[in-house]
Design a protein around this ligand. Structure first.
Ligand code: P6P
Length: 337
């Protein structure tokens, strides 16, 4: 009897293996890295889905290095990722939003040639109201891949252009894992009944343009005049009906950027009079998101230069971020330049 042609069930592990020939130098280490990383994501996913049932909601007594109240799920996600990634021998150092300094690999474990930067739980202010959260990550190769010592600050402070892989996980109505190794963007949807992420969208391309914009309009009074003029323009009705644009704003960057990846449009977190560099972090928010959007055919800028070309000077530095469809970003730049 003819075997039923079931749809190909491509897990992340299988996908990485199939991509292996694109990275001959990766020699399987990358498969182990992502495998351990997605294990941590599965544990975080389980806790997020249960958060309403346990006392994990609400604030801890801690605050993070930026003085922001750290919610228990934040803490859990941070620890789970660190502990899942600290022993596989493929990392030499980690850096993340919740840790002031670099996160060393414990002495007892071997060091490898990759660096991990991550935001364990983006949008944590939305935890208690059941709004989408996300994890954002990026992998670099260390500057001297032959070293087997602790990674240095220089190994971490690399431009986004140097990322070997980056992406995000969205804990929304379903849990999706979106990432790129520099050869296009693929989306995996989590099936909790089998505990696997299955390939559901291949080689995603962002629409050229869409009349949706995403920004916190509550700060309008603090923006510089050029940006105010752009916002006024996209809200002014036009005869071709392309304007006014619609506003969509979740308040979790990774959710807003994911909507822009799929529908098109533009997400913006500009600098303003009180925060000239805005709120988002370059290393573990703007760079990985920009890597994905650029791989999907979009653009990401800080208002002056491409996000991925910024040479970082500190792990936690902030950057203005304007990211999305090429034509939407170009339209904005006509006002900012
Ligand atoms: P605002 C979440 O706390 C976050 O860091 C991003 O995910 C999000 O885009 C931004 O803050 C929202 O900030 O100032 O609009 O509340």
């Amino acid at each position: 009897m003819e075997a039923q042609t079931t749809p190909k069930l491509i897990t992340i592990d299988r996908h990485i293996n199939e991509e292996q020939d694109l990275h001959p130098e990766a020699t399987g280490e990358f498969t182990f890295l992502l495998h351990d990383f997605t294990f941590a994501i599965r544990l975080i996913e389980r806790e997020i889905r249960r958060a309403g049932l346990t006392d994990i909601l609400g604030l801890t007594e801690n605050t993070n290095i930026h003085g922001e109240a750290v919610r228990k799920l934040d803490q859990f996600a941070f620890e789970v990722i660190y502990r899942a990634m600290d022993h596989n021998g493929n990392l030499c150092v980690m850096a993340c939003e919740e840790s002031q300094g670099l996160m060393k690999i414990p002495e007892k474990y071997p060091k490898g040639k990759y660096v991990l930067v991550f935001d364990p739980l983006d949008g944590s202010s939305n935890i208690d109201v059941n709004i989408t959260l996300g994890t954002i990550f990026g992998f670099y190769k260390r500057l001297d891949p032959d070293l087997r010592t602790d990674g240095s600050l220089e190994d971490v402070l690399q431009p986004g252009r140097k990322l070997v892989a980056a992406g995000y996980v969205l804990f929304g109505s379903s849990t999706v894992f979106v990432y790129s190794t520099g050869h296009g963007v693929n989306l995996f949807t989590y099936d909790p009944t089998v505990g696997e992420f299955l390939l559901t969208k291949r080689n995603i391309k962002i629409p050229e343009w869409n009349n949706q914009y995403s920004v916190n309009e509550g700060y309008y009074h603090k923006w510089d005049e050029k940006f105010q003029k752009y916002i006024d323009f996209i809200k002014t009705p036009s005869t071709d009906k392309k304007r006014p644009y619609s506003l969509r704003y979740v308040g979790t960057a990774v959710a807003d950027v994911h909507r822009v990846l799929i529908y098109g449009g533009i997400f913006m977190y500009p600098g303003d009079k009180s925060n000239p560099n805005g709120k988002l972090r370059l290393m573990y928010e703007a760079n990985p998101l920009s890597f994905v959007i650029e791989q999907a055919g979009g653009l990401a800028t800080d208002g002056k230069m491409n996000i991925l070309d910024i040479v970082p000077t500190s792990v936690h530095q902030r950057t203005p971020l304007f990211i999305g469809s090429k034509r939407n970003v170009e339209e904005l730049m006509e006002f900012l330049s």
